[in-house]
Design a protein around this ligand. Structure first.
Ligand SMILES: [Mn+2]
Length: 329
């Protein structure tokens, strides 16, 4: 009987899946975040360095990318599934659930569908699944695969990976930050990545409208059950009134979470193009696992950061959240 470590076996399987493929298509979840874009851009360059034909798929609805990430060069970008999709190995990055990609043509990879992710609730939808919940970000798994594939770090790969690392670790502040996260950063900086300009692009130099949206978010603050739940909401009107893009709400929830006594912070916002609300959840510590709440509502995520979309009206939604938080406390 084999005593092979399943994690090692999965890593070998995905590595050989990447090595044996000549043509690949990379994809990530909708409304891609920093880890999604960074992992996509880095993996594209890693596989190109191995001489492969690599396309990166981003749905037209997700373009242009939010300004924070728009500077990251996505080589081989396609916005519709290519005609030769059937011949391509499809690689999903940072995607916990295949339902997070509505372009169903990408679901047809069959036996050639590689799933590389760090969400602990990943549904293992691939033919090979490298799911590493201990990794701080998907970019960290890509970094590990680079070693397996013997691809050298470059400045360009490093800068893309760094975006995933910095955003998913909350600038090396969240509990998922490990010594490996810092070793990875060191490797990236050694290769010539210039981190301060990346910090500026990710977190500063934003439009005034973003600050005005934050002001609205703070004005709409509600605190329940002695801080067990702190919540803010942004309507489509709020966005319109200050001229804010949809992505400008990013980061508002961190202000809520920071309040003393908070167990769970929630930001509820109306989406522009669908009559639904997007709910982001953050937990301050291990008392509440917000991924359980998100999953019960049809979404997913991590223990301390998760989300879902819902058709619930705000008052009913607040009641659901209060009840679910209380149930775990
Ligand atoms: Mn991630």
């Amino acid at each position: 009987m084999s005593l092979t470590n399943p994690a090692t076996a999965a890593r070998d399987l995905v590595r050989s899946g990447l090595q044996s493929a000549d043509k690949l298509l990379l994809a990530t979840h909708e409304r891609p975040d920093g880890d999604a874009v960074g992992s996509l851009a880095a993996m594209q360059r890693v596989l190109t360095a191995l001489g492969k034909d690599v396309l990166s798929f981003v749905a037209p609805d997700d373009l242009p990318l939010p300004k924070e990430y728009a500077w990251i060069e996505l080589q081989g970008l396609v916005t519709t599934p290519p005609a030769d999709i059937g011949e391509r190995t499809v690689v999903f990055l940072d995607c916990g659930n295949i339902a997070r990609i509505s372009t169903t043509a990408l679901h047809t990879g069959g036996e050639k569908l590689l799933n590389i992710d760090h969400h602990h609730d990943n549904t293992h939808f691939g033919s090979a699944n490298l799911v590493v919940p201990d990794a701080s970000c998907t970019a960290e798994i890509v970094w590990d695969l680079m070693a397996d594939l013997r691809v050298d770090m470059t400045r360009e790969i490093g800068e893309a990976l760094y975006v995933g690392l910095v955003t998913d670790t909350g600038r090396f502040m969240y509990e998922n930050t490990t010594s490996r996260s810092h070793l990875m950063a060191a490797d990236i900086i050694e290769a010539g990545a210039d981190v301060h300009p990346i910090y500026r692009r990710l977190y500063e130099g934003f439009a005034m409208e973003k600050l005005n949206l934050l002001a609205r978010g703070l004005a709409n603050l509600e605190r329940y059950d002695d801080g067990a739940l702190i919540l803010s909401h942004l309507s489509r009107e709020d966005f319109k009134a200050v001229g804010a893009d949809e992505s400008f709400s990013e980061g508002i929830i961190d202000h809520l979470r920071a309040v003393q006594g908070t167990a769970v912070a929630a930001l509820v916002r109306e989406l522009f193009d669908e009559p639904v609300r997007k709910v982001s959840l953050r937990a301050t510590d291990d008392r509440v696992d917000v991924s359980l709440i998100a999953r019960a509502m049809g979404g997913g995520g991590h223990r301390r950061a998760a989300g879902f979309t819902t058709e619930f009206e705000l008052p009913a939604l607040v009641e659901v959240l209060r009840r679910e938080v209380a149930r775990q406390l």
